[in-house]
Ligand binder design. Structure first.
Ligand SMILES: *[C@@H]1O[C@H](CO)[C@@H](O)[C@H](O)[C@H]1NC(C)=O
Ligand SMILES: *[C@@H]1O[C@H](CO)[C@@H](O)[C@H](O)[C@H]1NC(C)=O
Ligand SMILES: *[C@@H]1O[C@H](CO)[C@@H](O)[C@H](O)[C@H]1NC(C)=O
Ligand SMILES: *[C@@H]1O[C@H](CO)[C@@H](O)[C@H](O)[C@H]1NC(C)=O
Length: 345
């Protein structure tokens, strides 16, 4: 639905930026400096994008722009790291194969990765005009629950969704569980972070409680932030394209269950989650947000440094741990098997 509105937005005159850009794959591996700092390997496989200072340990004091020599993102000053779990297909014989994540509409040549938005008002708002505060060095956040296996558990998190793509640019309807049918063009996951910050803490023990959803309404409806979390930030949103097309011709389970599973075993889809470690250089994010540039296309006209998809792709990192995450596997890396929740299947 909102995709159609985006085309309208292109004709409008925003007072403030809405940026949409891509970050190619940095690496896919079992590291998680946010939830399992120092663990090598961490429990499950992630796909990570952004600055190449990404590592098993990333203290809040780490100088990500200073320690990176490149980034896989369109904005050359964005050395943040963004990551999600990895999707697998479970064949009828019980073995698993990784589902490739691929470039997005307008970024077809990107090597995997994900598309990132920073928005100041609802995505369908044709005139972005609110002022939002950029994140600070050391800031990080997480959204979702890796243990969620029911709709009730997933409902604590708004807007972590799936779109079953019949066409490449389709953007609705969105579901909270994995699609239960074959999707002609693949599956898109859309992950939206909360937008109200407590203004003090760069992180919190669960990596979530320093952030909040609006007190009433939603970010989209302009809902106010609660007094405990008064600072309104940009809404960070990921779009990840999963190339499930190639699995549509294979045999699916006879019981009709969804054959896709997250790298930590969730086959319901309710445990969709995302990680963000802020790493924009100096105050470059605030400058982007305060300029009326649109998506990424005309942002260089406001002095923001952009790089080509070819240069983004070149920044790829080698996995720290060498293990097979791509073959037909008897178990998911880390030893997980598909788990269906009590309400699915
Ligand atoms: C960039 O695009 C936006 C949206 O179309 C427009 O409002 C703005 O004036 C453009 N800026 C330049 C410098 O072309
Ligand atoms: C990651 O950490 C290891 C161990 O501390 C170190 O040898 C390596 O150089 C680091 N890699 C990067 C890209 O910082
Ligand atoms: C399991 O099924 C997949 C998909 O059909 C196939 O490629 C793979 O070779 C099979 N593995 C075994 C051990 O039969
Ligand atoms: C946003 O901040 C600018 C100054 O930087 C101010 O002129 C404008 O009125 C503010 N907009 C809103 C909606 O508060």
């Amino acid at each position: 639905m909102y995709w159609k509105s985006l085309l309208v937005l292109a004709l409008a005159v925003p007072g403030r930026a809405i940026v949409r850009f891509h970050c190619s794959q940095l690496v896919r591996e079992r590291l998680d400096p946010l939830v399992e700092p120092g663990a090598n390997p961490s429990a499950h496989v992630h796909q990570i994008v952004g600055g190449n200072s990404f590592n098993a340990t990333m203290e809040p004091g780490k100088d990500m722009p200073g320690e990176s020599t490149c980034t896989t993102c369109t904005f050359a000053d964005d050395f943040s790291n963004y990551w999600t779990a990895v999707m697998y297909f479970r064949a009828k014989n019980g073995t698993y194969k990784r589902v490739p994540n691929i470039g997005n509409n307008q970024f077809e040549k990107a090597n995997g990765g994900l598309t990132i938005y920073y928005m100041q008002d609802a995505i369908y708002d044709e005139n972005q005009k609110s002022n939002v505060t950029a994140f600070k060095p050391g800031f990080r956040m997480f959204i979702g629950d890796v243990h969620a296996r029911t709709l009730a558990e997933a409902s604590r998190y708004r807007y972590l969704t799936y779109t079953c793509l019949d066409t490449w640019t389709q953007r609705s309807p969105e579901t909270i569980a994995f699609p239960q049918r074959k999707c002609k063009e693949g599956i898109m996951t859309t992950l939206r972070f909360p937008t109200c910050w407590d203004g003090k803490n760069l992180d919190s023990p669960d990596h979530m409680s320093h952030m909040s959803y609006p007190e009433t309404g939603t970010f989209e409806s302009g809902g106010p932030c609660p007094a405990t979390h008064p600072v309104r930030t940009a809404q960070v949103m990921f779009e990840v394209l999963w190339d499930t097309k190639q699995f549509n011709d294979l045999e699916w389970p006879e019981d009709g269950r969804n054959p896709f599973v997250w790298s930590f075993g969730d086959a319901t889809g309710y445990a969709n989650h995302a990680d963000y470690v802020f790493g924009w250089k100096d105050n470059s994010l605030q400058k982007v947000l305060d300029s009326p540039c649109y998506f990424y296309t005309n942002c260089s006209e406001y002095g923001h440094k952009l790089q080509s998809v070819e240069d983004m792709n070149k920044c790829a990192q080698k996995p720290v741990l060498e293990e097979d995450i791509d073959g037909w596997l008897d178990a998911l890396p880390g030893g997980y098997q598909s788990q269906y929740g009590p309400t699915s299947g």
